[in-house]
Write a protein that binds this ligand. Structure first.
Ligand code: ADP
Length: 225
């Protein structure tokens, strides 16, 4: 799983890991935004939270990820978790739940976590990055604008305008960054105590960061069959 404050490039690095290793990329942010867009019961409940940059209740995201685990076979094939767990309570309840999903362990073996990658990028840098991030609401493609005052740019895939994500607005962003320190920060020592934490410098171009992520995973990947 990959941890990192908003704008640290978590989504990008998770997508690369998923592609490189042929595993599933599970992003709770994307799953929640899909639910909001689809207007499901849960989507309606969480919409104001996601849009304002508040955290969705632990039980809701844990259910979401467990459903996803049960629905697909990602626990057999491997997966990269993006944006989850985001609180110590989520980590504890998820890892105890997935270990006991089913009486019959053959269909739901324990989900082991191999590594937690913490992408480290200073606050000032992520604020600058997110001020220039525009996202296509249709396909999710991210466009980085040179001038932060430009509100809309065309989606490179031709869907229409790529816009500022609602929770990238300055107020919501400040709230998300604060929540990251308060709620997600304590997960770092939690993973460290379990000898799972790898800190990676997230500053620089995405290729260079990916090299460092692979390097951090190196010893672990050597152990894979
Ligand atoms: P970011 O990491 O940049 O905030 P995400 O796309 O990961 O972006 O998440 C967007 C929003 O979805 C969060 O601000 C929060 O409202 C909600 N969310 C995503 N993952 C979780 C989680 N594990 N626990 C609680 N809320 C979550």
């Amino acid at each position: 799983m990959v941890l990192g404050r908003q704008g640290s490039g978590k989504g990008t690095q998770c997508a690369r890991l998923a592609e490189r290793f042929g595993i599933r990329h599970v992003s709770t942010g994307d799953l929640l935004r899909d639910a909001v867009r689809a207007g499901t019961e849960m989507g309606k409940r969480v919409a104001p939270l996601v849009e304002s940059g508040a955290l969705v209740p632990d039980a809701t995201v844990v259910d979401l990820v467990c459903d996803e685990a049960q629905r697909s076979d990602w626990e057999h094939n491997g997966f990269v978790l993006d944006g989850f767990p985001r609180t110590v309570a989520q980590a504890e309840s998820f890892f105890s739940l997935v270990g006991t999903l089913d009486e019959d362990r053959s269909s739901h073996p324990d989900v082991g976590l191999d590594a937690a990658i913490a992408l480290e990028v200073p606050v000032e840098e992520v604020v600058q990055r997110l001020a220039r991030r525009r996202v296509c609401p249709v396909c999710g493609t991210i466009v980085t604008v040179d001038d932060a005052s430009v509100d809309q740019v065309p989606c490179p895939l031709g869907h229409g305008p790529a816009v500022r994500r609602e929770d990238d607005e300055p107020r919501a962003l400040r709230r998300r960054l604060r929540l990251y320190e308060e709620e997600t920060g304590p997960l770092l020592p939690w993973f460290e105590e379990r000898h799972l934490l790898h800190r990676v410098d997230g500053v620089g171009d995405p290729d260079g960061v990916f090299e460092r992520v692979l390097e951090a995973l190196g010893a672990l990947l050597d152990l894979q069959p």
